[in-house]
Design a protein around this ligand. Structure first.
Ligand code: NAI
Ligand code: MG
Length: 324
């Protein structure tokens, strides 16, 4: 069976790094790619940032590869994550040999709740002076995340850290904390916990103390970007949005308007997202090959300017494909 992969490059450097990821997938497997539009340019053209046919393909394809969207990001990526039924965003932040990193000891996987918290869209303007936001936390979503985390750490890790702010958001993060810890306890998985602000300091000072970090939606968004800073920048971080039957893979970064169109975007995040996609579809060997080829190119070059190099997206992608 040939798996169908939906490809949604989006805006800005999404148009540059997504083809790089597709090229790498083509080098290791036989897939049917179906490309669809979304983002700022699509909105300008059609009035809709996420056309129905783009949403629909994500609900039926075996996996979706997404680039980035600009100002319309929330209108595009939140519904697309929902289209694949995603409840967890897996974000590995790893330092690589040969890449100048603030903290070369960093090797952390963030498991971010992906459906609720402050990103559930319940914002209101109550008066000229006052706006409010409703933070949604359910025991069911928190437990589903915790079950995933327990499965995730099963073979490879000793346990996980829960980052939350239950001392202040006693009701919402209190519920999150209790749900996650109770599942871990039942499953016999070791945990420790840290308030998310204290975690931010600890992860900068001693990233080697953390392997897997489970956190609410906003905390996972912010803390994983912080970890990107520790390992050499946003151009390096891939992610997977996992649902029960499908998944969507995307770099953590956005459209990078400051470098878009110059052909120098770092394709690493998109290529490593493709490696996560391969792993998800059961192509373990191919996933490892892509990971190793990318790691080897990061070590020896060519490198894009964000990593101190002078080479293009195409040069880096070509070097990865050569190794495959
Ligand atoms: P950004 O991630 O696009 O860029 C932040 C900085 O990192 C920039 O200096 C950029 O040049 C650099 N950078 C990011 N990816 C890179 C890569 N692959 N290679 C080299 N350098 C890279 O974040 P920013 O500037 O906050 O947002 C720009 C736009 O992207 C906004 O319109 C925002 O809404 C959107 N965005 C979309 C996301 C998505 O679609 N999932 C996620 C984050 C932002
Ligand atoms: Mg983000």
């Amino acid at each position: 069976m040939t798996e169908e992969i939906a490809v949604v490059p989006g805006d800005g450097i999404g148009q540059e790094v997504t083809p790089a990821a597709v090229e790498v997938l083509e080098a290791v497997g036989k897939f049917e790619f179906v490309e669809r539009e979304a983002g700022d340019a699509t909105k300008a053209e059609t009035g809709d940032a996420l056309p129905q046919e783009t949403y629909d393909i994500a609900t039926s394809a075996d996996a979706t590869l997404f680039g980035a969207a600009g100002a319309t990001a929330a209108d595009v990526i939140l519904p697309l994550r929902e289209a694949v039924g995603s409840f967890v965003n897996v974000r590995p932040a790893r330092a690589y040999p040969g890449v100048d990193a603030l903290r070369p000891e960093t090797d952390i996987v963030f498991l971010r709740e992906n459906t609720e918290g402050v990103y559930s869209g319940h914002e209101s303007r109550l008066s000229e002076d006052l706006s409010t936001l409703t933070r949604v936390v359910t025991s069911s979503a928190s437990k589903r995340l915790a079950e995933f985390a327990c499965d995730f750490v099963e073979d490879e890790y000793d346990g996980f850290t829960v980052a939350h702010k239950a001392n202040v958001m006693r009701e919402t993060d209190g519920r999150f904390r209790e749900a996650v810890l109770s599942v871990a306890d039942k499953r016999g998985v070791d945990t420790d916990e840290l308030l998310m602000d204290a975690f931010a300091t600890h992860v900068c000072l001693s990233p080697q103390k953390f392997d897997v970090v489970v956190c609410p939606n906003l905390a996972g968004d912010v803390l994983s970007d912080l970890a990107a800073g520790l390992v050499g920048g946003l151009g390096l971080l891939p992610s997977a949005n996992i649902g029960p039957d499908r998944a969507l893979f995307e770099p953590v970064h956005g459209t990078a308007p400051d470098i878009a169109g110059e052909g120098v975007a770092n394709p690493t995040a998109a290529i490593l997202s493709a490696a996560m996609l391969l792993d998800y579809l059961g192509y373990d060997k191919e996933s490892m090959q892509v990971d190793e080829a990318m790691t080897s190119v990061l070590e020896s070059g060519p490198r894009t300017p964000d990593l101190g190099g002078e080479r293009s997206t195409e040069d880096v992608t070509g070097a990865v494909v050569d190794r495959l």
